[in-house]
Design a protein around this ligand. Structure first.
Ligand code: UT7
Length: 331
């Protein structure tokens, strides 16, 4: 018998900035076209946070909705993990800022950074604390305002990203339900494919770093694309096998929403038809670590994911990192 407790997601929430930036708006900003963006990425528009909105503001709203959805009080939260690559500042952590904003006075709070894979890293960390009996109610949040570190003059990157936040509450659930398996991976050897070079201890902010655009996202799109398809399909196939299922047993896949061509290539490689894949990047672009929790929240609230469904979450991101999780949905 498994000596560990079963852990599931008992509440979800999300928050998106109101401002929409369409492909037609981008046509006026850089040398691009709506047609290029839609056919190469699947994106039509994205949400952009205004000057007054930081990552913690979006995270706070998503958190409140998820806690309410789980039927908990704010003081019930034992642990808050925020996954983000765009924290409000280096310290305090965005998780501590969220703790203050929502008044979760009994919680321990910290951030983790695994770029776009961060929500699945937070899920796996939160799961450990509950299944070993250390904490009962864990809030995990994927929140990002990549617009703040996007070079709006670089057409290779600025058409891709959007801002948003998604949150989930983890609790003990009935045996056999909830997270059946989680798997994480990292390949720091190829970290150069996706970086924000300046602003840390290697290259502190200076006039020179600003003039050289080193505080923005730098990316080798083609290499990241190839890595994404390989890493996500391998991770998805391995984790399905690990829980003793076949691909036919999967009701829904919620992949990181980076590019429709990446998602379609992964679905094809693992033999899953696209009607079983949740896609919302047309409306939101790539929200990095927020993409999976926002998509999950939408899928659950629309009724696309129902109690008893087998769902697979799968992500890749800077680091390089990847991860997947198989969940028997319990709500
Ligand atoms: O969450 C992880 C974050 N990163 C990713 O997910 C990125 C993964 N990579 C991708 O999604 C794709 O590689 C991109 C969408 C970034 C690029 O698509 P691609 O099909 O790999 O295009 P490419 O880089 O091979 O560029 C093809 C052409 C180039 O022109 P030339 O050299 O063939 O004349 C680019 O300069 O498209 C040009 N191009 C554009 N044209 C119009 C690049 N960006 C644009 C643009 N508008 N926005």
């Amino acid at each position: 018998m498994n000596k560990f407790l079963s852990v599931g997601i008992t509440g979800t929430g999300s928050c998106l900035p109101e401002k929409k930036l369409t492909n037609f708006d981008l046509e006026k900003m850089v040398d691009t076209t709506d047609e290029w963006i839609r056919t190469r990425t699947g994106i039509s528009e994205r949400r952009i946070a205004d000057n007054k909105t930081a990552t913690s503001d979006l995270a706070t709203e998503a958190a409140k909705i998820a806690i309410d959805d789980a039927g908990l009080l704010l003081e019930d939260i034992d642990l808050i993990i925020v996954a983000t690559a765009t924290p409000d500042m280096a310290f305090p952590s965005t998780a501590c800022i969220v703790q203050k904003n929502i008044g979760a006075k009994n919680a321990v709070a910290f951030d983790i950074e695994a770029a776009c894979s961060g929500f699945l890293y937070a899920l796996a960390i939160g799961e450990q604390f509950i299944k070993t009996g250390v904490y009962r109610n864990v809030l995990i949040i994927g929140a990002e305002t990549l617009s703040k570190i996007t070079n709006w003059k670089d057409r290779r990157t600025c058409v891709l990203f959007g801002d948003g936040a998604g949150a989930a509450v983890l609790q003990q659930v009935e045996g056999g339900l909830g997270i059946l398996s989680s798997s994480l991976g990292s390949d720091g050897f190829r970290g150069d494919y996706l970086t924000q070079p300046a602003g840390g201890s290697r290259m502190p902010a200076s006039i020179k770093t600003i003039l050289n655009d080193l505080h923005y996202i730098h990316m080798d799109g083609r290499e990241v694309f190839k890595f994404a398809v390989r890493a996500m399909s391998k991770s998805a196939l391995e984790i399905i096998k690990d829980v003793g299922y076949n691909i036919e047993d999967v009701d829904y896949m919620i992949p990181h929403q980076a590019n429709i061509r990446i998602i379609e290539a992964v679905a094809k490689k693992i033999n899953l038809t696209m009607d079983k894949v949740y896609v919302n990047l047309n409306d939101y672009g790539n929200m990095s670590v927020a993409s999976i929790p926002v998509a999950l929240d939408e899928a659950v609230k629309k009724g696309s994911v129902k109690a008893g469904d087998i769902i697979i979450l799968v992500a890749f991101g800077g680091g390089l990192t990847w991860g997947s999780s198989v969940i028997k949905w319990c709500k």
